[in-house]
Design a binder for this molecule. Structure first.
Ligand SMILES: Cc1ncc(COP(=O)(O)O)c(C=O)c1O
Length: 417
């Protein structure tokens, strides 16, 4: 019998595979949450938050961790405590979630978008060098979908040009570069624990750093200015922070910390499982003509995975669009999604043109810059990380679904809108 795409009425390649639930639900966490609800203090800096911060800092290999309400305010806090503000420029990659660049705008500075490396899809250090001006103060490499930006090269640029690195590790929990945990190679590492992330509590975020003074400033910034630990006695007229250090309430609660502590127990194991599954899938998928999988960072070990990014050469697939491929795979039983795309094209990016720029600055900003990011973001899709926790027969079925699309590439045309 002729094979038919599931989207056109055929049998799905993944059959009746049960998706892995994400975020996971652990009985022990349920009990802890109930206990907290009934007995304990709910707000900031409680025992659960302290325990989580100690564990997470140690896990990533940092001295300090400050817990906050999401991974956007963590970026803002990192920029603020480094003294970055009006008149300064901060270099960010063209493909990332809008928060990376929006945080720069929040502190009054100007985000400068640079193109990405075609293998890792992370910020290209050569482009960073070309983007530096006397106003540049910092670089925010994003370990996109878990692949690590080339931190050796970026550290070289940062040292030579006296810039700070803030690592956006919103996708890189458990990842490491040459034996150093993600987030420990720059001055501050920023993490998100939003619902879909490999460490997830609904909404949440944290910053890590080895610098005690920065940690103290980060804590005060998120805690309306109060320092960590017992409040010091103040002389009349004395204040907790220097004049002009205007702080926020960006605190998170004990409930989030309890959920994260539960997942910390499985994070190392799950990170390793995802990395093995990704390599297994990479081998299977790259046998298909025109299919490539995002490269791990050059010295990433382990590489964390938030998505497994698969890139297509449309000519090899009878010109199929990203949307048609996503539709076809969903019908085969594999939910995937498009990449973030370039930030400056995102419908949520409402920042006035004079408050950001791209490199090189062209007359037609959109057409002339970030060609690699523009190209790859329109012909790549991401497989959510929880699918990398599936057993080998399911991974085989995933690769089988992609092969099925290739064999039936002419029929994909019928899925175009
Ligand atoms: C790369 C990146 N940075 C920052 C964030 C912001 O994190 P949050 O959603 O926790 O504010 C995200 C969220 O998806 C992200 O993907």
């Amino acid at each position: 019998m002729a094979e038919v795409l599931a989207a056109l009425g055929g049998a799905p390649a993944l059959g009746k595979v049960k998706p892995v639930q994400w975020p996971p639900r652990y009985r022990s966490t349920e009990r802890e949450l109930l206990r907290l609800y009934r007995q304990q203090y709910w707000s900031f800096n409680g025992p659960q938050e302290k325990l989580f911060c100690a564990k997470f800092a140690a896990f990533q290999g940092a001295k300090h961790c400050v817990f906050m309400m999401n991974g956007t305010v963590t970026l803002e806090a990192a920029l603020y405590v480094l003294g970055i503000g009006r008149g300064d420029e901060v270099i960010v990659p063209a493909i990332t979630w809008v928060a990376t660049a929006a945080a720069v705008v929040y502190v009054g500075a100007k985000p400068v978008f640079v193109d990405v490396d075609p293998e890792t899809l992370c910020m290209d250090p050569v482009q960073v060098e070309a983007a530096i001006t006397p106003q540049t103060r910092a670089i925010i490499p994003v370990h996109l979908y878990g692949a690590m930006a080339d931190l050796d090269a970026l550290q070289g640029v940062a040292t030579r040009r006296n810039l700070s690195i803030i690592e956006d590790c919103a996708h890189a929990h458990g990842g490491a570069w040459a034996g150093n945990g993600a987030g420990t190679l720059g001055r501050i590492g920023s993490f998100s624990f939003q619902e879909s992330k490999p460490l997830a509590c609904g909404e949440g975020g944290a910053v890590i750093t080895d610098d005690e003074e920065l940690a103290s400033r980060l804590y005060r910034y998120k805690h309306i200015g109060y320092p960590p630990g017992p409040r010091p006695r103040l002389e009349p007229g004395q204040r907790y922070s220097p004049p002009g250090f205007v702080c926020r309430n960006y605190r998170a609660t004990e409930f989030q910390a309890v959920i994260l502590l539960g997942q910390m127990r499985t994070l190392r194991r799950n990170t390793a499982r995802r990395a093995v599954a990704a390599e297994y899938l990479r081998a299977g998928l790259e046998e298909i003509p025109g299919v490539r999988v995002q490269s791990p960072g050059r010295r990433a070990d382990p590489q964390a995975y938030y998505r497994l990014v698969v890139t297509f050469q449309p000519e090899e697939l009878a010109g199929a669009s990203q949307a048609a491929i996503i539709r076809a795979l969903a019908a085969e039983g594999l939910p995937t999604g498009p990449l973030y795309g370039t930030v400056y094209r995102h419908p949520l990016w409402n920042v006035a043109p004079e408050n950001w720029r791209m490199v090189p600055t062209g007359a037609d900003k959109m057409g002339e810059c970030c060609a690699i990011a523009e190209d790859l973001s329109t012909r790549s899709i991401g497989i959510p990380h929880q699918w990398l926790l599936q057993p080998p027969p399911v991974l085989d079925a995933i690769a089988g679904a992609f092969r099925k699309l290739y064999r039936n590439r002419d029929a994909l045309r019928r899925l175009e809108e």
